[in-house]
Write a protein that binds this ligand. Sequence first.
Ligand code: DC
Length: 231
Amino acid sequence: MKFVVAIDGTASSGKSSTARLLAKKLGFSHLDTGAMYRAVTYLLLKRKAVEADDKLLQEILLQAPLDFILKNKKLYVHLNGKLLKDELRSPEVDKWVSPVAEKAIVRAFLVAKQRQLGRNRKLVCEGRDIGSVVFPDAGLKVFMACSLDERARRRQKELEEKEISRTIDEVKANLARRDDIDSGRKISPLVNTPDAFFLETTKLTIDRQVDIIYQEVLTRIERTERQEGQK
Ligand code: DC
């Protein structure tokens, strides 16, 4: 049986932690598509090409020494054979990733890879356009929302853990700017599709968020199995 849980939401709404823990609880693979946009952004920053025109962008992507591998139910991103991890979460990548993710060429390149990675799998996939574009037939679509204040608090804590110091206003401004670009872009903007399960997480703990979605997945799987049994 294949089953996709598509989780979309704003930056720092808790998608990644929720998706990771949910995938573990379900025994599904976890695909963090934000990491893929971050990897392309990291590569473009290295090549000093974040503002490249479409022609150059196409050339770079066609020969990009990037590998996206789902192994042990997790995504691993390699650049020139080297595993990328913390590099993907630097303030520089944070700053440039939304403008890079606006580009049609980048999206087409990554959406094709995401569909390939998800083929015939049990998958928890998170991003901005997962339920709307990448996996519109997902067994469950979730849209996660959270207040800007709470998201900024979570993101600042994450940065502190990496010894990166930013004021709360700086963090808030970065998140608000990314939200605007991600929700306002022409291609595949972040949208809450009418068939998505809406989850407001401002006052929820991560465990509670995971549990709510987990129960919903079980309900949907049971329903699907019942319907298939009746055929
Ligand atoms: O989830 P994240 O913050 O790591 O995502 C980084 C950026 O990538 C985000 O600002 C928008 C973009 N993104 C996207 O456009 N579509 C996705 N499916 C995932 C991420």
